[in-house]
Design a protein around this ligand. Structure first.
Ligand SMILES: [Cu+2]
Length: 202
């Protein structure tokens, strides 16, 4: 072995180490950036803890408190046991450009003391131009899937992303259902079957 090849190998090892450290730093920085964005989002949405403020901004209640048993059905979304709560949908914003600071849906949990804001959701309709699933905060949206019947027509094929900004979720902030959210105090509980997946980029 010549001296140069030895040096060459050494150089490769050093370079790999440097790139590895750099990638690690880049990931950590992206995570920090996402954390900061999420904190800003929580602040800007705190006013909606008062659901009447949400209604004035055209986030309108879809009434039923949606929850899932955790049942697995092939060809359907994998929804762990838990609730999605009551969706207040801002219909005019759906299909507009995705805005991380303006989710399309606010999610409330009905309790004895009234409605509590627990999370948010972004909805992106599947269109013929869709090349890949949307992403926010480093999270890839779930879908494509049918509309969540019976509160949304099945024809509304879409991607979605939930974020449990105001209620801890043992399955993670971006898991679609939250076992810590309950529909037991709901006037209109709605046990739904997991939503059917649809063909499209995923
Ligand atoms: Cu939902």
């Amino acid at each position: 072995m010549t001296r140069t090849t030895r040096l060459g190998r050494c150089g490769v090892l050093v370079l790999t180490g440097v790139i590895g450290a750099w990638l690690g730093m880049a990931t950590a920085q992206a995570e920090d950036a996402n954390k900061a964005d999420i904190e800003a989002l929580k602040k800007s949405l705190a006013k909606y803890e008062d659901y009447t403020a949400a209604i004035r901004d055209l986030y309108l209640s879809t009434v039923g408190c949606v929850h899932y048993s955790g049942e697995k059905i092939s060809g359907a979304m994998d929804y762990p046991e838990g609730a999605m709560g009551i969706h207040f949908v801002n219909v005019p914003s759906v299909g507009q450009e995705l805005d991380p600071m303006r989710p399309n849906v606010l999610i409330y949990e009905p309790t004895e003391k009234g409605l509590h804001l627990v999370g948010v959701e972004w909805l992106v309709p599947l269109t013929p131009d869709t090349k890949e699933p949307p992403k926010l905060f480093g999270q890839v949206f779930q879908g494509p899937m049918e509309g969540h019947y019976p509160l949304i027509p099945k024809e509304f094929v879409h991607y979605d992303l939930h974020a449990w900004l105001f209620r801890d979720n043992p399955n993670g902030m971006f898991s679609p259902t939250n076992p810590n959210v309950k529909c037991s105090e709901a006037e209109f509980p709605m046990l739904e079957k997991p939503t059917k997946m649809m063909p499209g980029p995923m």
